[in-house]
Design a protein around this ligand. Structure first.
Ligand code: KIV
Ligand code: NA
Length: 245
């Protein structure tokens, strides 16, 4: 699984055979210029989900429910999720929280909306939680397992686990019947997810330890853009081949 926030990039991931694309609220950080995922709105998720749906044909498109669009009640969650499925074309939604979100997950699933859960580090709670490894220590590991079982029992079809010690993530994975999708949760999860701008080397600055960069797009793009600018300045571009008689 990879994140995607627009039609063209999503079409590349479709061509590459990625089976699940997440229109994550990480768009706040890597597409909309915010410092956290907290300000992201349902309108923004809906607009970019529709773009990713239009740009792809094969992958399952999962849309994130943003902060404030589901915490109020199961009814609010259903109203928000319905918009993402019905108007934007998502095949499933994702929301954060284990036991605390089980009620919302239950109503969505009973209403016919597949739900991917998200436990461990939940970035929408950054102001309460910070960005640190979750599930460390016996008590925290037990809570993580309870969270995983609660979302599975509520009907989630898969569970994202973010920044959890590898051993604990392995235990949770073995305890669940539904697949786990890890991010910073070690090699024993059933699947993996990364933010695409991180794994492609477009995100500037220091990256979390769990990211592996498979390309250096920022460097490549900077070189291309600089070459274009200097050729325009020098007159090397455009040539007759690029012009109309
Ligand atoms: O928004 C996002 O990109 C996510 C993944 C990191 C799981 O929630
Ligand atoms: Na997210």
């Amino acid at each position: 699984m990879l994140t995607a926030y627009d039609a063209m990039i999503a079409s590349v991931f479709d061509e590459a055979g990625i089976p699940v694309l997440l229109v994550g609220d990480s768009m706040g950080n890597c597409h909309l210029g915010y410092d956290t995922t907290v300000p992201v709105t349902l309108d923004q998720i809906a607009m970019l989900t529709a773009a990713v749906v239009r740009g792809t044909s094969r992958p399952l498109i999962v849309a994130d429910l943003p902060f404030g669009s589901y915490q109020e009640s199961d009814v609010q969650a259903l109203r928000s999720a319905t918009r993402l499925v019905k108007e934007a074309g998502a095949g499933a939604v994702k929301l954060e929280g284990g036991e605390r979100s089980a009620e919302q997950i239950g109503l969505l699933v009973r209403s016919g909306i597949p739900v991917m859960a998200h436990i461990g580090l939940t970035p929408q709670s950054v102001h309460a939680m910070g960005y640190r490894v979750q599930g460390r220590g016996e008590e925290a590991a037990e809570q993580l397992l309870r969270d995983a079982k609660a979302v599975q029992d509520a009907g989630a079809f898969a569970v994202v686990m973010e920044m959890v010690p590898a051993g604990v993530a392995g235990e949770v994975t073995r305890a669940l019947a539904v697949p786990t999708v890890g991010i910073g949760a070690g090699p024993e999860c059933d699947a993996q997810v990364l933010v695409w701008t991180d794994m492609a080397g477009l995100t500037p600055g220091r990256l979390p330890r769990f990211v592996k960069q498979y390309a250096q797009l920022r460097e490549t793009l900077t070189e291309a853009v600089s070459a274009y600018a200097s050729e325009v300045v020098s007159g090397a571009f455009p040539q007759a081949a690029h012009a109309f008689e």
